[in-house]
Design a binder for this molecule. Structure first.
Ligand SMILES: *Cc1c(COP(=O)(O)O)cnc(C)c1O
Length: 408
């Protein structure tokens, strides 16, 4: 048997069935009318934000990275919980606009922004986190053409990365951000252009569980911001310190020690150099805010045995859960937390693999896990499905189409 990832704390059974949002998931499946189904539990999102607010210094604003999960009802919930939103495309701009979010609280990062995306952002008063000198020139020119003052920040490619992070986004040659040593000159150019200078965006990595490493990276980001602000000779209105906080997906993973991160950051913010005294700070988080709130449900269509192994074949798969299948940026496939949702409190009885309905051996949701015996008709659950699930999976593969999503 291969181990399964840790199920986030607090999930219980009602009459043997996994409960989400206070009801057995079978109730939500009935209401949705179909499987597969993503359930996002609002209470978990609220609790996560409250925990963060309690642990982090009051001066630190909290932004939500929309790409983790752009489901509209979830964005509306977030609107009342966080201080700002980070988007990464013109499409996400239209989504946050549609959710009625105040666009002056939105920043737009990401390489390869097209002119029409820059224009839409400038018209909307969105802050652009510029990724290159050429993008800065285009943004300034578009502002001039429209007779609008663009709100411009610079994404810095830091000279360090986040140790232990699942995805390194800084350090060395990168398509993201502007190399730190070229930043001061570009800041002076932006200020001279008459644009509204908004500050730095320093994002060094994602999905880290090591609190020491996260704290160290935040400290390095503050040092870098101070150095670049001094060299630029312009005040720094705002500094986005990036994200990096991960969630436990795999066997042995432990949650981030949030208290340590908060205390270390508070100590740093209390002892800022003069050049950062007036600066407003934020962090931007995606998966940490919503990842554990999500549960993906699929129905077992067929149970079969092949050469002594049990396969539970479901109506879901990698087209909704690319990351859980091990095909989204992982080197070695490991099991996400999963369970038989309709036998949630039953003991382990057998080794089984949960697979999807696509004709590829990649379509595996759990490999040789220990489960109660499940039959056709049972529901399986994959946990940690709230981030990079529906939004980061190829829903059109084999013309399967998207799963239903619900906020409960
Ligand atoms: C993806 C991304 C995030 C969110 O990362 P998570 O791991 O979901 O917290 C934040 N900022 C930027 C710039 C990103 O590209």
């Amino acid at each position: 048997m291969k181990p399964l990832g840790p199920i986030p704390a607090g999930f219980t059974a009602i009459d043997g069935v996994l409960a989400v949002g206070g009801k057995p998931v079978t109730t939500w499946v009935e209401q949705a009318g179909d499987t597969p189904l993503f359930l996002y539990e609002a209470e978990r999102v609220r609790a996560r934000v409250a925990d963060l607010r309690a642990a982090m210094p009051g001066r630190l604003a909290l932004h939500y990275a929309v790409k983790a999960n752009p489901f509209m009802p979830l964005l509306s919930l977030m609107d009342g919980l966080v201080d700002g939103f980070d988007i990464a495309s013109g499409g996400e701009l239209e989504i946050v606009r549609g959710a009625g979010i105040d666009l002056s609280r939105v920043s737009f990062a990401g390489p390869g922004k097209r002119d029409r995306e820059l224009e839409a952002a400038i018209r909307a008063g969105v802050t652009l986190n510029l990724e290159s000198e050429a993008e800065a020139r285009r943004a300034i020119a578009i502002g001039d053409e429209l007779s609008l003052t663009p709100r411009l920040a610079l994404r810095v490619n830091p000279d360090f990365d986040l140790k232990g992070s699942g995805m390194k986004m800084g350090g060395g040659a990168k398509p993201f951000g502007i190399d730190a040593e070229r930043v001061p000159e570009l800041v002076r150019h932006i200020v001279a252009s008459g644009a509204e200078w908004r500050g730095f965006h320093i994002f060094a990595g994602s999905q880290a569980l090591d609190a020491e490493a996260i704290a160290e990276t935040q400290g390095q980001a503050l040092d870098l911001a101070a150095r670049l602000a001094l060299q630029s000779g312009a005040p720094l209105p705002h500094c986005n310190l990036g994200g990096g906080l991960g969630i436990p997906y795999f066997p042995g993973d432990k949650p981030v020690d949030l208290t340590l991160v908060g205390e270390r950051l508070a100590a740093r913010l209390e002892n800022l150099p003069d050049v950062l005294q007036e600066t407003a700070f934020c962090i931007e988080l995606g998966r940490y805010l919503v990842g554990e709130s999500g549960v993906y449900l699929a129905r077992v269509i067929d149970r079969k045995e092949s050469h002594g192994e049990v396969f539970l074949i479901t109506d879901g798969g990698l087209h909704h859960q690319l990351a859980a299948s091990g095909n989204f940026g992982t080197v070695v496939r490991r099991n996400y937390p999963s369970a038989i949702a309709t036998r949630f409190d039953a003991p382990v009885e057998e080794e089984a693999s949960i697979v999807g309905c696509l004709c590829t051996p990649l379509d595996k949701l759990a490999d040789k896990g220990g489960f109660p015996r499940a039959e056709a008709g049972d529901l399986i659950a994959v946990f940690c499905a709230g981030a990079y699930g529906a939004s980061a999976s190829p829903a059109n593969f084999l013309a399967q189409g998207p799963a239903v999503e619900m906020l409960v």
